[in-house]
Design a binder for this molecule. Sequence first.
Ligand code: ZN
Length: 163
Amino acid sequence: MMTWYDDLSPCTYFDLDQPHGEKLLAVGWLERGHPYPQGSIARAVQTKLVSLCENPWEPLTFLGWHTCDRCLPTERRDAVQAGEMTVPMGNENLFIPGHGLLYVAPSLIVHFIAVHGYQPPPAFCAAVLACPPMGSEDYLQAISSNGPATFAKWVRETPRKIQ
Ligand SMILES: [Zn+2]
């Protein structure tokens, strides 16, 4: 079961030692019973989102499980098809660097867009298009420099690929 946050409200899900406040904003944390914005989004945003969701970086501390309670109330699904790509669903979160903040979306956001017509905020879509390749040094640097201090720490603790 997911936690619900209104789009662009502070996401407290990752507040472990200290609150992240306005430095960590929720996008796409939908839950049944809460209305959400619907509409089309640019194809380029959708494609980029899916590619970012293929193997998203996240702090090692957090390995929760999300499900879509709109269409998957009891059934556990391991992956969702989006175009030609298959994205692992539910157990991962997507962190997107913004200007002096991070957006955090459940990887289920791809499912919400494809199946439920969810329309993420324009600022988030712009950040998605500008996001460096997932897991790259540029990406980790952007997480460190724009995110809360705890994220800089989590980035430092991230095992790096041997070059
Ligand atoms: Zn669904």
